[in-house]
Design a protein around this ligand. Structure first.
Ligand SMILES: OC[C@H]1O[C@H](O[C@H]2[C@H](O)[C@@H](O)[C@@H](O[C@H]3[C@H](O)[C@@H](O)[C@@H](O)O[C@@H]3CO)O[C@@H]2CO)[C@H](O)[C@@H](O)[C@@H]1O
Length: 981
């Protein structure tokens, strides 16, 4: 359901009748389709030299309400490789075969004699670099005229031959009613087929004959292609589960709901608006199907940046787009992780984040002077709550102008002293930058911008808008001159203030005015002193065919004009590109320019937080879900948004913890629960509005206690989170994942957005409702161990709901069986936490029997180095294993490039082995073939094990704790004992 209050609020300002019609109209998603055009027919199809198929589609041009059809279209179909990573057989970990080969035959094997057999066995199950054609592209455009496409320099990808080169005139005229099926080069699981008249196409999965996409139906238009209106649909099985198509706040969880509107057009309406187009545009979905117990996932991207409505009706999905081309990419999967791997292989792998970015962040608009900032940092310390990053919203600025400092409230010398202090203890500092550049002749950033002609134009002059500092012009990041100027401004600012990252906000872009505006004369407007969002310019409607296209997307849930509170669609970018086409890539292009600037400048790994995102943004920036409200509903929505962004290839994501806008009266309780969820967001930041009450975690003692617990656990898990960061970077794997990613056969998990996983195996089951002290959580099958109390075990046979105790300060976090989880001891700042000794948590299934195995990995590097990879001399990668084999329990490691870790002096102090059967007596333990000596605390406990659920309560299940081990991380080891002790 679209948001009615919002719709009606906006409606009041419009003509009542028009608005009434629009409200009715917006329900179109569920109504029957409107027949447009006669459909295209395929008049030629040829093999192209690059292994593609090229065809021509023709239509008898007809004019209707959306304008004339484009008479001749070019069809281009190609299967390509996504160069993905593939799992080793029978495990949950990603390994690069080439590295494994290099390492396997090197000296490490020799060093750890005795492990050779296991290693070789293990190597046999690693699969090689994945080169199959698991991506299929179907590109349809005007055969004669070049049309707008997402620029190939921003999103690098193969370019179909240029339009003129590519007209392949029919070999056979009158090719009527032909159907054909193409499977490329044998190895692709995706098969393309078509019907010639009216033209439609289908994509099938070869391995199970499933139809993934089929545009042929009598229930909708097969293909409509006009200048400003494109329409295409697919049939879908009613039981498919779909995810993606954002950014929007989905009240019913992350699974797409039939007949909810999905409109894509980047917009600054706060995240509290449900089911409307928000800050980002991601025209991609994942489709998960379960066929007779066998799960299959695939992905569909429509690479188009124009505004669009996507109508998902349960058994079909229709795109209605107002420009560009139809450029479909199909990703074969078949697992959800494969889909994001294949997707991010095309759009760019997620940016590697510095280690400190996984620490806790505190922000607020309203830290009016430096003493407040100092106070906040001090109070976190006093309350013993970890804090890595302190942020400034616009408060540090002079007159709310970018790249400036307020000389009174944030005097530079004092700010630099403060930064020296916090940098000294490893803390970081980030400030906001908005794209709007204040029009002020004495402002040097503006002067240089004008001199370099960097702004978006309207009728030949810079487009006039209004944001926080008053009248602004918007930089045009499609212009290479702008990219250089922006880089230079960032460099100058960094010389003024050595910030550690940038927060690029308001980049939809957001404007407080609509239409074409001029600066009023005789009126001081506005004074830039606070959060005034009222337009004060003289504006008139813009009404070209770009500003008011024939098809109205359901913008803001009310078919709002495209230029509402943003740049007029008829404004012009570099090279004549229309804002109409490029609108939704504004934030993306700003992220690229900002990333380039920071990387060139600091020589370090950049950290950028961007509000607006598009396909590929994750390669440059993190994202937060924007302006939410301090309500229980918003807490819940934050999980769905976070999980969707994982699918969008933006894994570093979170929401404003405790809520941005003022909301519920039980803020304290909410904030307790919110930090218990937010401590496990990949990006964990508390932020609030100018006039919201203060909500730093130390403001209430109860919240401080919850924060110490939850963030305490996060800081212990930092090595795991950072390893997930590495996996995200090499394979696109989301850091926070829906349960179905690890448990795709668990159909109950398909609609679940109240719990989530970090990586494959750590599950968070938070309280999301007011007044509750228990939580009913779904446990996919297997043994789960509570991370807060390793003696608490849940054995779930088939995937059961379990009611868990969750008093106010408790969040339930469990780790699944068959895992080796690397943890550290935590700390107040990630820099200190990361130097503490490691412990390994080994989780065998309860009552582990012969053949049980567990595995986990650890990536460590110098996080200041821009590239996150092995082989640069600044990194170490370790795979930990544990097994029960021939009556022996063994825990061992396999190290790649151990030198970096050895140089840092990291050690493994403790190994906890959970789930073994036994009588509780001390076993004779060997390390690297020698009796284990000097271990300060070796114990085996049986009695504390408490089963919350399951049938194994009667058995003696052990927790073996080996403490004081002092094993260097970076050196191979093997710890062994006889099972049954
Ligand atoms: O830098 C200050 C904050 O800027 C952002 O939030 C502001 C948002 O971008 C503005 O549009 C406006 O939000 C209004 C919203 O657009 C409107 O639909 C209605 O809900 O009222 C809102 C409040 O006037 O103001 C927001 C700040 O209040 C950014 O997202 C924040 O994180 C920044 O702190």
């Amino acid at each position: 359901m679209a948001s009615f209050p919002n719709r009606f609020t906006l409606c009041l300002s419009s003509l009542l009748l028009t608005c009434f019609l629009r409200v009715i109209n917006a329900g179109e998603a569920s109504s029957s389709y409107q027949k447009i055009g006669d459909g295209y027919r395929l008049i030629s199809i040829n093999d192209a030299p690059d292994g593609a198929l090229v065809g021509l589609l023709q239509i008898k041009q007809k004019n209707d309400i959306y304008g004339p059809d484009i008479p001749l279209l070019r069809l281009y179909v190609k299967a390509t490789s996504s160069q993905g990573w593939r799992r080793g057989v029978g495990d949950g970990w990603w390994l690069r075969a080439l590295r494994v080969r290099g390492w396997c035959c090197g000296r490490l094997l020799g060093e750890v004699g005795g492990l050779r057999e296991t290693l070789e066995g293990w190597l046999r199950v690693i699969e090689m670099w994945h080169e199959s054609e698991n991506r299929l592209r179907v590109h349809i455009t005007d055969a004669k005229n070049q049309r707008w496409e997402v620029p190939y320099n921003l999103l690098p990808r193969e370019q179909p031959p240029s339009v003129k080169q590519n007209i392949v005139w029919p070999r056979k005229r009158n090719l009527i009613s032909v159907s054909a099926e193409y499977a490329y080069q044998g190895s692709s699981d995706l098969v393309f087929s078509y019907t010639s008249e009216p033209f439609s196409f289908a994509v099938k999965r070869k391995s199970n004959a499933d139809t993934l996409f089929d545009s042929n139906s009598s229930e909708f238009n097969t293909l409509v292609f006009k200048d400003q209106y494109l329409e295409i649909s697919t049939k879908l099985p009613g039981d498919a589960s779909l995810y993606g198509l954002g950014e929007n706040t989905q009240p019913n969880g992350m699974k797409l709901q039939p007949n909810d509107p999905y409109t894509l057009y980047t917009t600054d309406v706060s995240a509290i608006n449900l089911n409307t187009d928000l800050y980002g545009a991601h025209p991609v979905y994942m489709d998960l199907r379960n066929e007779g117990g066998n799960p299959y996932a695939h992905g569909v991207l429509l690479l188009n940046s124009n505004g669009m409505d996507v109508f998902y009706r349960g058994t079909s999905l229709t795109y209605k787009i107002i420009g560009g081309v139809l450029d479909f990419y199909f990703f074969a999967g078949p697992t959800p992780l494969n889909v994001v791997d294949q997707y991010t292989s095309l759009i760019g792998r997620p940016a590697p984040m510095p280690y400190w970015a996984f620490g806790f962040h505190q922000c607020k608009w309203g830290y009016y002077d430096l003493s407040v900032l100092e106070d906040v940092v001090e109070n976190y310390k006093k309350a013993n709550i970890p804090l890595d990053v302190i942020w400034n919203d616009a408060d540090h600025m002079d007159g709310l102008k970018d790249f400036t400092l307020n000389p009174i409230n944030y005097p530079r010398s004092e700010l630099l002293e403060f930064l020296n202090r916090i940098h000294g203890i490893g803390m970081k500092y980030i400030v906001i930058v908005d794209p709007g550049i204040a029009v002020n002749s004495s402002y040097d950033v503006y002067q240089r911008g004008m001199a370099n002609d960097v702004f978006i134009k309207y009728e030949g002059e810079p487009f006039v808008a209004q944001v926080w500092p008053g009248v602004v012009y918007f930089p045009d990041f499609l212009n290479p001159r702008t990219v250089s100027w922006w880089g230079d401004e960032i460099r100058r600012f960094h010389e003024l203030v050595p910030v550690d990252g940038l927060w690029i906000d308001m980049n939809e872009p957001s404007n407080f005015c609509s239409g074409s505006c001029t600066i009023p004369t005789g009126r001081v407007c506005p004074n830039a002193t606070g959060p005034a969002v009222i337009c004060c310019l003289d504006c008139k409607n813009t009404s070209t065919r770009w500003d008011d296209p024939p098809y109205k997307i359901n913008a803001s849930g009310v078919e709002a004009p495209l230029g509402m509170k943003t740049i007029a669609p008829s404004a012009v970018h570099y090279d004549g590109v229309l804002e109409y086409d490029a609108h939704s890539i504004y934030g993306f292009s700003e992220s690229i320019a900002t990333h380039k600037a920071l990387q060139g400048l600091q020589g370090k790994r950049p950290f950028i937080l961007s509000r607006s995102t598009y396909v590929g943004s994750g390669k440059y920036a993190a994202h937060w879900s924007g302006d939410n409200r301090a309500t229980w509903e918003d807490l819940k929505y934050s999980i769905s948004t976070m999980l969707n962004f994982g699918i969008f290839g933006v894994p570093m994501v979170g929401s404003d913890i405790c809520g941005f806008f003022t909301g519920t009266t039980d803020h304290e309780e909410l904030c307790n629960r919110w930090i218990e969820v937010g401590a496990f967001y990949p990006f964990s930041r508390d932020h609030s509005n100018f006039d919201s009450p203060r909500q730093e975690l130390y403001q209430w003692e109860s919240v401080a206690e919850s924060a110490r617990n939850a963030l305490g656990m996060r800081y212990k898990l930092l090595p795991y989170l950072y390893t997930l960061n590495y996996e995200a970077h090499i394979s696109g794997a989301p850091i926070a994942r829906p349960l179905f990613f690890s448990f795709p056969t668990c159909t109950e998990c398909y609609g679940l957005s109240t719990q989530f996983l970090l990586g494959t195996s750590v599950m968070i089951s938070p309280v999301l409702e007011q007044g509750k002290t228990q939580v009913k959580a779904l446990f996919p099958s297997g043994t789960w161990y509570s991370l807060f109390d390793l003696t608490q075990t849940i054995v779930s046979e088939d995937g059961n709901y379990v009611t868990l105790d969750a008093p106010l300060h408790v969040v339930n976090v469990h780790v699944h069986q068959n895992v080796v989880l690397p943890m550290q001891q935590g700390g107040m700042v990630s820099k200190d936490a990361r130097m503490t000794p490691f412990s390994l948590i080994v989780t065998f299934p309860a009552g582990a029997t012969e053949g049980s195995e567990a595995k986990g990995d650890l990536f460590l590097d110098d996080d200041e180095v821009p590239e996150m990879k092995l082989g640069n001399g600044y990194s170490t990668y370790v795979v930990f294993h544990a097994s029960v084999k021939e009556g022996n329990v063994t825990v061992w490691s396999e190290v790649q490039e151990g030198k970096f870790a050895l140089d840092q002096g990291w050690i493994i102090d403790t190994i906890n082995v959970l789930g073994l059967k036994g009588n509780g007596s001390l076993p004779d333990i060997e390390i690297d073939g020698e009796p284990l000596m000097g271990v300060s605390n070796l114990h085996v406990s049986t009695s504390q094990h408490k089963y919350l659920y399951g049938k194994r309560g009667g058995e003696n299940i052990l927790m073996v704790v080996l403490k004081g081990l002092n094993i260097p991380v970076g050196k191979n080891f093997a710890v062994t004992w006889k099972m049954g002790s």
